[in-house]
Design a protein around this ligand. Structure first.
Ligand code: NAD
Length: 464
């Protein structure tokens, strides 16, 4: 049973955030079209689920090779549509190929168990779920699509992807490449459209067994509530407000040169952005000097320029939202640094450092999803843990110290799904990724993702 369409535009104009020029007009699918996609997916599923793991792996490897062959075109498409620097887009498309290769390599090793029990032999099988729905945000469109498609297809599910309204192009292209690779029609489909219409229809559909959602915590909550009506599985990869914790014994030059891109990368539109910078009081002033110098060195501008490190924000609405956090500047905030934006068209907001002594300030608490970092001083380890955990989110974060025991104590104490020590790294294809608290639940990537796209079936064989 689907909910009725809300009254929204049937055409989505997709544009370039750096030039504000239109790139494409995309048909926004309604509930009827999503319904038809689910029917096709349901028809394709039985045969696909019976393809042997090694043959599914072969097709995924072919898809990975086609992604690599088309790397430059896909990267250009992503840069034009999202405004991200071309070098970042190339890395993200290369990661897509790595994801498909990883799950191709993993799936024929994903085996059940035999468990000795009284009176017989007990066997477990990892069974696919059926038709899976994936709902994807606009900040890493092709990469996040692959994180869901790779393990879902490897396990033998069919999948329907609902890309974000602003960035549907690369998912559509990826589904075309999947057909070229020999993945049967209906196994991997894309339904472009609005969240409240196409997304909502996918979530409500009784023949969709799971929703893998990445997006805001607010929408995540509504999806979980709606999915409960059909008792669907959900995995929720949601927002973040991660801490970058700098101790006095850290390699300060290394930490300061890494910290700006840990929040200004992808123009701050990164769920893992380390947008709260916690600095030990004894080195606060020295570290701020290093941080300002490193922030001033960031190249902001034309995303197609090979040297560009930061492009524009995704849309004018989003730019207004980001500006709303600092205009007017709240009472307990001080501006430490603001870079210069390129002139001309585009939704530009230059890197900005602010400081506060009030950890309840909304700039220190809320996900801005833009290039604003908020600095705060802490006294000791206990104080750092308290500040790091005083947030409703728990997605990512970094700890910088030369004291290995302290690094591990901190890593065990900070409530976050992903942490890195003396590094900004958040996402690696072979390792699990996901959040705690309001950042959601479930893990993508790594071998863990295979568990979330399959069910364990237990079969008892009597030997009596
Ligand atoms: P969003 O929640 O507004 O939208 C995400 C997707 O959900 C889009 O495809 C949208 O169309 C769809 N959607 C919206 N309303 C819906 C509804 N009622 N039913 C079904 N689908 C619906 O998020 P966004 O603005 O596209 O992305 C930014 C957010 O995503 C940030 O909060 C960011 O932290 C989060 N994010 C999280 C991760 C992670 O892995 N944890 C990664 C990237 C982005």
């Amino acid at each position: 049973m689907l909910e009725p369409d809300v009254n929204v535009q049937r055409k989505m104009i997709v544009s370039n955030p750096a030039t504000e020029q239109p790139l494409a007009v995309v048909e926004a699918w309604g509930a009827d079209e999503v319904n038809a996609a689910v029917r096709l997916s349901k028809r394709a599923y039985p045969e696909w689920s019976k393809v042997s793991p090694s043959d599914r792996a072969l097709l995924l490897r072919r898809l990975a090779n086609l992604v690599t062959d088309n790397l430059e075109a896909l990267a250009r498409m992503e840069t034009d549509n999202v405004g991200k620097p071309i070098s970042d887009s190339r890395d993200e498309v290369a990661m897509v190929a790595e994801v498909f290769n990883f799950y191709a390599g993993a799936i024929d090793k994903f085996r059940g168990d035999t468990i000795p029990v009284a009176g017989g032999i007990d066997m477990t099988f990892n069974e696919p779920l059926g038709v899976v729905g994936a709902i994807v945000p606009w900040n890493f469109p092709i990469a996040i699509t692959s994180w869901k498609v790779g393990p879902a297809l490897a396990c033998g599910n069919s999948i329907i992807v609902k890309p974000a309204e602003l960035t549907p192009l690369s998912a559509v292209k990826l589904a075309d490449l999947a057909l070229d690779a020999g993945i049967p029609p209906g196994v991997f489909q894309v339904v472009p459209g609005h969240g409240q219409v196409a997304g909502s229809a996918l979530v409500a559909h009784e023949d969709v067994a799971k929703i893998a959602f990445t997006g805001s915590s607010e929408v995540g909550r509504s999806i979980m509530a709606k999915a409960s009506k059909t008792l669907k599985r959900v995995t929720l990869e949601l927002g973040g407000k991660s801490s970058n914790i700098i101790f006095e014994d850290a390699d300060l030059d290394k930490a300061a040169s890494a910290a700006p891109m840990a929040v200004f990368g992808n123009a701050g539109q990164d769920c893992c952005a380390r947008s709260r910078i916690l600095i030990q009081r004894s080195i606060y002033d020295d570290f701020v000097d290093l941080l300002v110098a490193a922030s001033a060195a960031i190249e902001v501008g034309d995303p197609l320029d090979e040297d560009t490190q930061m492009g524009p924000l995704i849309s004018s609405d989003h730019l207004d939202r980001v500006k709303g956090f600092i205009d007017p500047l709240g009472e307990s905030l001080e501006v430490i640094y603001q870079g210069a934006s390129p002139g001309g068209p585009g939704h530009w907001f230059a890197p900005m450092l602010v400081s506060t002594s009030d950890p309840t300030n909304r700039v220190f608490q809320e996900e801005i999803f833009g290039p604003i970092a908020c600095l705060i001083a802490f006294d000791d380890e206990e104080d750092a843990v308290r500040l790091a955990n005083e947030t409703c989110y728990g997605l990512s974060g970094s700890i910088w110290t030369r004291d290995g025991a302290r690094a591990l104590r901190m890593a065990r104490s900070v409530a976050s799904g992903n942490l890195s020590i003396n590094s900004n790294s958040s996402v690696r294809v072979a390792t699990p990724f996901g959040g705690m608290k309001q950042s959601g639940f479930g893990r993508e990537l790594g071998l863990e993702a295979l568990l979330s796209y399959s069910d364990v079936k237990n079969v008892f064989y009597s030997t009596s």
